[in-house]
Design a protein around this ligand. Structure first.
Ligand SMILES: *[C@@H]1O[C@H](CO)[C@@H](O)[C@H](O)[C@H]1NC(C)=O
Ligand SMILES: *[C@@H]1O[C@H](CO)[C@@H](O)[C@H](O)[C@H]1NC(C)=O
Ligand SMILES: *[C@@H]1O[C@H](CO)[C@@H](O)[C@H](O)[C@H]1NC(C)=O
Ligand SMILES: *[C@@H]1O[C@H](CO)[C@@H](O)[C@H](O)[C@H]1NC(C)=O
Ligand SMILES: *[C@@H]1O[C@H](CO)[C@@H](O)[C@H](O)[C@H]1NC(C)=O
Ligand SMILES: *[C@@H]1O[C@H](CO)[C@@H](O)[C@H](O)[C@H]1NC(C)=O
Ligand SMILES: *[C@@H]1O[C@H](CO)[C@@H](O)[C@H](O)[C@H]1NC(C)=O
Ligand SMILES: *[C@@H]1O[C@H](CO)[C@@H](O)[C@H](O)[C@H]1NC(C)=O
Length: 387
């Protein structure tokens, strides 16, 4: 399929057109078509539409297992979605696509992204890589002079173990123009330290629907965010260091609803901060998940003087319980011992008498022996005094 590019080109220049005879016009058109043939040929399995020099190419749900070639060189918006392309090799986009601004590679089952895959897209502003299963993403994926503004990595990691791949990529210092980063729905449990420090222009960070438990000091340090979405995570509290970092970013809007806020004494700093800061958009909707006595209580309605430190309290009561238990056990053992003694009193009596008799016999033996040894007439008997 040919795009109307060349005709449009000639129509916009009527004076130039007038000076040519029909043969020359035909030749110009022919040559132009030849030169721009590649720029205007639509790959198989794709649909191309163009108005002037804006070309949109869509290769959607076609079971492609590689990037279709050759792509029109003047493509501006490229959708290759819903295919089966496990590996983006370094030559997936062999020619420079100078005008490409929007690239959508969502839902392609992409697992591996080689170095330099996006290096020949000097105008690329928006890249959607959501809903893949990436476990390898080269930190050299982009050229140093890229102008990428939006990167969508929602629901795209193979599993949360591979966050380090993304961390290495965004720390590479090539994504200095990035304004928006989406990392929602990746089951993340933590954010690597200093992950965002090489993104000086980042304004919007979406981390919704993960399982992030806490935020390390300095995760958001030196950023100038306008919007941070951390809804549907597993945050228990926020530390002073994190809230200080937020205070350094004027105009930031944070969303924190549906986290696992633990309303014990450790959440006091957060409550104080929520009271004085307007940075959290949904602060009126935040509610305690633990302890049971405060479940679903709004954070803003919690009475700080009634917060407990359950860990220490529990330890104390556990210790007390175990002392009581130990005492009871010792008492029981004592009682059983006495009972055994009492039930066996006859046997014990007999046994004591036996011992006493044995002792007496023994002592008497000595006595006899003494007497015998002093009386020469009884010497024979002393041979066996026990009998
Ligand atoms: C990419 O394509 C998907 C459909 O597969 C669509 O939902 C998504 O909004 C597109 N992303 C952009 C940035 O247009
Ligand atoms: C960062 O990306 C650039 C450009 O792709 C590359 O030359 C450089 O080696 C990368 N740095 C690291 C540490 O991977
Ligand atoms: C990123 O991708 C997800 C899933 O396709 C979509 O819901 C979200 O709107 C996208 N974000 C942007 C900025 O395109
Ligand atoms: C993630 O996948 C890798 C490779 O299959 C596996 O070794 C690892 O245990 C998985 N991690 C989690 C948290 O499931
Ligand atoms: C939340 O993320 C999980 C993956 O961790 C995904 O399966 C689920 O669809 C996401 N939910 C929403 C509402 O986006
Ligand atoms: C947090 O900061 C407040 C006020 O600046 C201070 O009173 C509190 O002790 C700090 N909390 C911690 C755990 O350092
Ligand atoms: C994080 O910051 C808090 C409060 O500012 C401090 O008490 C704590 O030691 C810091 N943690 C680390 C690992 O630096
Ligand atoms: C908070 O709790 C303290 C102690 O139980 C009580 O004296 C005070 O009235 C409570 N304040 C509010 C606003 O409920």
């Amino acid at each position: 399929m040919l795009v109307a590019g060349p005709l449009f080109y000639i129509k916009t220049r009527p004076p130039y057109h007038k000076k040519l005879n029909h043969f020359q016009t035909g030749l110009v058109i022919f040559l132009h078509v030849l030169v721009s043939a590649q720029a205007t040929t639509c790959p198989q399995n794709c649909e191309c539409s163009g108005l002037g020099r804006t070309v949109i190419v869509k290769c959607v749900n076609k079971d492609l297992n590689a990037i279709p070639q050759p792509l029109p060189l003047n493509v501006k918006t490229l959708f290759i979605t819903g295919n089966d392309i496990p590996h983006l090799k370094h030559d997936a986009f062999p020619q420079s696509l100078d005008q490409l601004t929007n690239l959508n590679l969502s839902r392609n089952k992409i697992e591996v992204i080689d170095p330099f895959v996006f290096a020949k897209m000097p105008s690329l502003k928006q890249l959607d890589l959501s809903n893949n299963r990436i476990y390898k993403f080269s930190p050299k994926g982009f050229s140093t002079n890229n102008v990428l503004h939006e990167l969508n990595l929602s629901s795209t990691l193979f599993n949360n173990s591979f966050i380090e791949e993304i961390s290495a990529l965004v720390r590479n210092e090539t994504l200095v123009n990035l304004v928006r980063l989406e990392l929602s729905g990746n089951g993340l449990v933590y954010l690597p330290e200093d992950m965002f420090t090489s993104l000086p222009n980042l304004k919007t960070l979406a981390l919704r629907n993960n399982s992030i438990v806490n935020l390390k000091n300095g995760t958001f340090k030196n950023l100038r965010l306008k919007s941070l979405d951390m809804r549907e995570n597993s945050l228990k509290e926020l530390s002073n260091a994190t809230m200080d970092d937020f205070d350094q970013q004027p105009g930031i809007s944070i969303q924190l609803v549906n986290n696992a806020w633990v309303c014990d004494c450790n959440i006091e700093d957060l409550l104080v901060w929520l009271g004085r800061s307007d940075a959290v958009l949904d602060k009126g909707e935040l509610s305690c998940a633990f302890p049971d006595s405060l479940r679903d209580t709004r954070l803003l309605e919690v009475n700080i003087s009634e917060l407990h430190c359950p860990f220490y309290k529990d330890m104390k009561s556990v210790l007390q319980t175990s002392y009581v238990f130990l005492g009871i056990v010792l008492a029981l053992i004592g009682v059983i011992f006495l009972l055994v003694l009492y039930l066996n009193r006859k046997g014990i009596k007999k046994w004591i008498y036996n011992i006493r008799d044995a002792c007496r016999d023994h002592m008497e033996g000595y006595h006899y022996r003494y007497e015998i040894s002093t009386d020469p007439r009884l010497t024979n008997l002393s041979l066996n005094p026990e009998v």
